[in-house]
Design a protein around this ligand. Structure first.
Ligand SMILES: Nc1ncnc2c1ncn2[C@@H]1O[C@H](COP(=O)(O)OP(=O)(O)O)[C@@H](O)[C@H]1O
Ligand SMILES: [Mg+2]
Length: 458
């Protein structure tokens, strides 16, 4: 999973989410599971989508999660991310991020796309695997040139090999001794200690607690082994981009990548695929607050989704009707009509007080905050009046206030105090309105009524 574009905040607020909380076979959502509460219909839709992603047949599709603020749109996407296979890439970005990166908007989107496509590369290697019987090292008087012999066995055979300098160093470094089960990659010479032989388990009493005991391998000493590793197309791009190279992967400072490089890599990956050396793993690109994209970015998305190498794109928006950025027309969720056409929509709905209560209680557990029952009740009331996110933030601030008076449990007074110290958006707006004459708006006029404002879903 690619993590570099994901904001820290986004993770923290959703750290309690471990999956979609659905039954593995029926995909029916459980009332509260894996950190998710309620919102059953949306969770079921997301689970069906996820199943299709896992089966690998929805590349190039786009899903929009649409609903009012604080109804779990981002949470749902995080739940899906948690349930993807370990080598399925997941990239997430807030649409407004593409305007702040030091590259063009379309380049930023292109990189995000390619970060969301995995290439599973298979490699056959020849290895030697067995139990070490004896290691014999002859040191020359000067201590420099070394020579040695390694006796290694399986249950079926035993063989002696000469060891050179490099091999002896590797053996010493890995602290290999008689009784260890080891594997040696013949092409790279890499030695891996797999564990210790059961037969030797009583040889030493000072064995580490994490020592793994294994049976002595059977069969031939030399085996062919298939190893699989997954990289993203973007990683291949960066490594092959002569101007940036390998180190850019660590600095994250990749700049723009030339299109010829991408073309070459697509051809190469296509060849690997033909030869059975590689498999394409379409991953997920999550674009939050998607109404912040402009018409050019949507045009790019539209054509990029047609590409043979495309991930599945999941988007979220809380806009009911909004102006498409860079145009003069308004459309549902701020998506241009031709793009809207290809999108499957999942709706989220406002929570009932019971759901709110349970979500807040899950959050409190996650933050290891002990709320008194009436504190939780008050937070729930605040949540249903001003929004879940504000109420969740009050958990943290109330805890700080409780800690100040050295209380272990957050009381209703702590929540009240928090509520008066920190404003929610609605009260803040009221405050701004009442001081309008002192605060200037963008155009020098007082903010407020305008017929052309976006409507947020309710
Ligand atoms: N159904 C849910 N179960 C558990 N936590 C939720 C649920 N819905 C929202 N949350 C949590 O409430 C907060 C606000 O939800 P969020 O997903 O950010 O809303 P949105 O993206 O729709 O504005 C987040 O901390 C989120 O993890
Ligand atoms: Mg969100």
């Amino acid at each position: 999973m690619s993590k570099d574009l994901r904001g820290l905040n986004m993770i923290a607020a959703h750290s309690h989410i471990r999956g979609l909380g659905v039954d593995a076979t029926t995909l029916e959502p459980k009332a509260a599971s894996q950190g998710l509460v309620g919102q059953e219909k949306a969770r079921k839709s997301a689970a069906v989508m996820l199943q299709m992603i896992k089966e690998g047949n929805v590349a190039g599709r786009a899903v929009l999660i649409a609903g009012p603020p604080s109804t779990g749109k981002t949470a749902l996407a995080m739940g899906m991310a948690q349930s993807l296979g370990p080598d399925v890439p997941f990239t997430s970005l807030a649409a407004s991020e593409i305007y702040s990166l030091e590259m063009s908007k379309t380049e930023a989107l292109k990189q995000a796309f390619r970060k969301s496509i995995g290439v599973r590369i298979k490699e056959e290697s020849e290895i030697m695997e067995g139990e070490v019987v004896e290691i014999q090292i002859d040191r020359s008087v000067t201590g420099s040139a070394k020579q040695g012999k390694l006796t290694i066995k399986t249950t079926d055979m035993e063989a002696v090999y000469d060891m050179g300098n490099k091999m002896i160093d590797a053996m010493t470094k890995e602290r290999i001794m008689a009784g260890d089960i080891i594997s040696i990659d013949k092409s790279s010479g890499k030695i891996t200690k797999l564990g210790r032989s059961y037969a030797r388990s009583r040889d030493y009493d000072a064995m580490g607690v994490d020592t793994k005991f294994l049976q002595c391998p059977d069969g031939e000493l030399q085996k062919r082994k298939e190893t699989v590793h997954t990289v993203t197309l973007h990683e291949i791009d960066v490594i092959n981009s002569r101007t940036q190279g390998f180190l850019a992967l660590f600095s994250g400072d990749t700049g723009e990548i030339r299109s010829e490089i991408r073309d070459q890599i697509n051809i190469k990956v296509g060849e690997w695929k033909e030869e059975g050396k590689a498999e394409i793993v379409p991953g997920v690109l999550f674009i939050d607050e998607v109404h912040m994209l402009d018409i050019e970015s949507f045009a790019f998305l539209n054509s990029a989704l047609e590409d043979e190498l495309a991930p599945i794109v999941i988007m979220a928006s809380n806009r009911a009707n909004a102006k498409v950025r860079g145009t003069d027309y308004r459309s549902p969720h701020g998506l241009p009509f031709d793009f809207l056409d290809r999108v499957v929509i999942i709706k989220t709905h406002p929570y009932s007080p019971e759901d709110l209560k349970q979500i807040l209680s899950v959050r409190a557990q996650e933050e290891e905050v002990d709320l008194s029952p009436d504190a939780l009740a008050l937070l729930t009331k605040v949540g249903s009046e001003t929004g879940l996110r504000y109420a969740a933030n009050l958990i943290t601030t109330s805890q700080l206030i409780a800690a100040k008076r050295r209380a272990k449990q957050v009381s209703v007074e702590d929540v009240q105090r928090s509520f008066t110290l920190f404003y929610d958006p609605a009260r803040s707006a009221k405050f701004v309105a009442s001081f309008e004459q002192h605060l200037l708006g963008n155009n020098g006029a007082a903010a407020g009524s305008s017929a052309n404002v976006d409507t947020v879903m309710t």
